[in-house]
Design a protein around this ligand. Structure first.
Ligand code: COI
Length: 354
């Protein structure tokens, strides 16, 4: 056992890394050797520990299990050719985690706890950051209740944890998505902008229905009228219409995606006109039909830039323009990869080196 900064570290005796086929990693199923944990009690974050990755104990009455008291983040670390490891925009994940915490009556995370945990864990499990092209170490920070009661009231004790897993592509090929007009993901005044488990569980059934019809994901529409395109649940939505980057504006019901923000910042730097605004389903459908919709893609940490191949609406499939000819989304995917993998100067200061 060793002490690093404020963290008590217990190293694993036998690393599992030799058992991993880095050329064939199922998303989210293989975990690195260690995990970080901290407790929140009496108004403070304390007990910072890194232990071998293992199940944790909790009360069967833990409010996270019953009332969805949970928030989480997703970010990635990349291996550079010279062996460096860099994390993409972790400051934005901390900002969003604390936004989610406020909405969910959970304590905000201290910057020092977040970065000490992240840096120490990644330094310890550095060899778990894969170097196969297109792969990364997915990092999952999360906060759950650590209380022991049944009752719909805010918790007072919490656990912050970080676990990591080497991953390949979340979507192995371009996606087929269906515009959802029956079920709803989020509404104005709801928690849709938070990364909380509450937003994901209820989407499984409609997503499963769509899967049984041959679609990879849904395009969620607004909860009142199903009139406006919102997000896709695993990613934000972006369109190139008449040469402009058009994307639904974020608000109560749409996640403020970090990949989405990065795409917008790159587009602006390249002089591409960007419109963040309400986007009507009718506008997207008209643009598909008259040919002014040139590209459609999802943007997310897990999904990266996911080309949309087919959009289904009212029982009909619409095939979008040839992916190989999509100038913007192919360029932005390459640029983001070049920055993340250290093949291009990090001119925006997006990388945190470990
Ligand atoms: C992420 O992109 O980080 C998410 O949390 C979405 C999920 C599909 C893994």
């Amino acid at each position: 056992m060793i002490d690093t900064q404020n963290i008590h570290v217990q190293k694993i005796e036998n690393s599992k890394i030799g058992q991993v086929d880095f050329n064939n990693i199922p998303f989210g199923k293989v975990y690195s050797d260690h995990m970080f944990m901290a407790d929140y009690a009496e108004g403070d974050w304390k007990n910072l520990n890194i232990n071998p990755y293992a199940p944790i104990e909790m009360s069967p009455a833990n409010p996270s299990l019953h009332y969805g008291v949970s928030i989480f983040e997703g970010l990635k670390a990349y291996k550079h050719e010279n062996g460096d490891v860099a994390v993409f925009r972790p400051d934005k994940n901390l900002e969003r985690l604390n936004f989610s915490a406020r909405r969910m009556c959970m304590p905000e995370l201290d910057e020092s706890v977040y970065y000490d945990g992240l840096d120490t864990l990644l330094a310890l499990d550095k060899q778990w950051v894969p170097s196969v092209p297109g792969t990364a170490l997915y990092i999952r920070p999360f906060v759950i209740s650590d209380d022991d009661y049944i009752g719909v009231t805010p918790s007072v004790n919490f656990k912050f944890m970080i676990i990591t897993c080497p991953v390949g592509a979340y979507y192995a090929k371009p996606v087929r998505v269906k515009i959802e007009t029956e079920f709803v993901r989020a509404v104005k005044g709801g928690s849709g902008a938070c990364k909380t488990g509450c937003n994901y569980g209820p989407t499984l059934y409609p997503a499963q229905l769509a899967k049984s019809q041959g679609y990879d994901q849904l395009i969620w529409t607004d909860g009142r009228e199903h009139k406006y395109v919102e997000e896709s649940g695993t990613m934000n939505l972006m369109f190139i219409i008449n040469g402009k980057l058009v994307t639904p504006e974020t608000g109560d019901s749409i996640l403020n995606g970090i990949t989405r923000r990065s795409v917008i910042e790159l587009a602006q730097a390249w002089g591409v006109e960007v419109e963040e605004r309400k986007v009507e389903v009718a506008e997207v459908m008209a643009a598909i039909k008259d040919g002014s919709l040139q590209e459609a893609f999802g943007a997310g940490t897990a999904a990266t830039i996911a080309h949309i191949e087919v959009i289904a609406y009212e029982g009909k499939d619409y095939t979008l323009p040839d992916i190989a000819k999509r100038e913007f989304s192919n360029k932005v995917l390459k640029e983001l990869d070049d920055i993340k993998y250290g093949n291009k100067e990090d001119q925006f200061g997006w990388l945190r080196k470990i």
